[in-house]
Design a protein around this ligand. Structure first.
Ligand code: HEC
Ligand code: HEC
Length: 307
């Protein structure tokens, strides 16, 4: 018994020192609400001409993002920024690249009202869902209501999003002491800490818990302009400042950066090293960093498997 206590306390103390923590194994969501939210997430009913659903730009079979440089929405119109993943978004300290929504509830309003995304408003969404016999029944079963309000619709979508967690990544199992990593993967993690990637990419989402400048060392220039933090605060110090993106499932969500300018992980790492650390990495270092980043792919969210 004493041995066991000693062993677990060593594991716990080792674990507590790591700057990254694992995704919980269970999402704890209300399954009925989340399943209803899943139907809405896949439904084009939420867009003006019935052509766009959330899943168009957040492909949950492929990392929760899309493969376009900037996303394409209503009427084939181009959006103004890369679509981030919805996986593990519940752990983001703010939502959107510039953090303008403080949580997932506030976030949903964004795409529904955005003229280049769903191009609708809450009243019409409410009407449409109320006009659907199927949703009438589903909301009545799940929420016990006969008149569906916009807030119920948002609530169901958010419950689904909260279920979109990807536990049991190889790296999380390593953190829990269940498995070991290969030498290359471990070396990649070591480099990730030594070079200081970890100063911006840390915590449960390995990012998504602070705003940082793209180009802390060497200025970064995009071809177009994007809604950075300056676009909200009008402060020049916020030029090119974005929420640090999560690195979970990063092998699945190319292209990278707010402007989708990096087509591969190697390109993204090169740009990070240059613009945000002021260093140049060797081929082997890049390879090991990618070996480490590949260990961050988790299991598909359980909520997607259930009917
Ligand atoms: C036309 C493509 C498109 C559609 C449709 C779309 N999104 Fe998005 N989504 C984006 C883009 C692009 C962003 C980033 C916008 C920004 O940061 O300014 C985003 C951001 C998000 C975020 C924030 C993630 C983060 O890391 O900040 C969440 C959550 C999200 N969308 C959920 C949804 C939901 C729910 C729907 C359906 C109601 C939806 N999206 C529909 C493209 C889309
Ligand atoms: C000073 C903070 C900072 C440091 C240090 C840093 N990053 Fe980043 N990282 C960011 C920010 C901010 C972005 C978003 C940049 C953008 O979209 O323009 C980002 C984006 C990324 C992306 C693309 C994510 C996506 O979904 O588009 C990858 C991959 C990445 N970083 C890996 C690394 C690696 C590997 C290192 C170390 C070699 C590193 N970062 C160091 C802040 C940092």
């Amino acid at each position: 018994m004493l041995k066991f206590i000693l062993f677990t306390s060593i594991i716990i103390s080792l674990y507590a020192q790591e700057p990254i923590s694992p995704i919980p194994l269970e999402s704890g969501v209300n399954r009925d609400k989340a399943k209803l939210g899943k139907e809405l997430f896949f439904d084009t009913l939420l867009s003006k001409d019935n052509s766009v659903a959330c899943v168009n730009c957040h492909d949950v079979s492929q990392g929760g993002a899309d493969s376009n440089v900037v996303s394409i929405g209503f009427n084939g119109k181009k959006g103004n920024i890369q679509s981030p993943t919805v996986f593990n978004a519940r752990y983001n300290f703010k939502q959107f690249w510039n953090g303008r929504a403080k949580n997932l509830y506030e976030q949903v309003d964004g795409p529904i009202n955005n003229p280049v995304e769903h191009n609708l408003d809450s009243k019409i969404v409410e009407q449409r869902v109320n006009n659907s016999k199927l949703y009438k029944k589903r909301f009545s079963d799940v929420y016990g209501i006969s008149k569906i309000k916009y807030t119920h619709i948002v609530d169901a979508i958010v419950e689904f999003e909260k279920g979109l967690i990807t536990p049991n990544a190889k790296f999380d199992k390593y953190l829990r002491g269940e498995i070991d990593l290969s030498d290359n993967e471990k070396n990649g993690y070591k480099l990730f800490k030594q070079y200081g990637c970890i100063t911006c990419h840390n915590g449960i989402n390995i990012g998504s818990n602070s705003f940082q400048k793209m180009g802390t060392f060497i200025e970064y220039k995009s071809k177009n302009s994007y809604p950075d933090k300056e676009s909200i605060t009008n402060k020049q110090i916020h030029y090119n400042v974005f929420k640090v993106p999560t690195l979970r499932n990063i092998n699945l969500t190319a292209p990278y950066f707010h402007d989708g300018s990096a087509k591969t992980l190697t390109e993204a790492i090169d740009a990070m090293a240059k613009h945000n650390l002021g260093v140049e990495l060797s081929k082997k270092e890049k390879k090991n960093l990618i070996d480490f980043l590949n260990t961050l792919e988790g299991e598909k969210p359980a909520i997607l498997e259930s009917n």
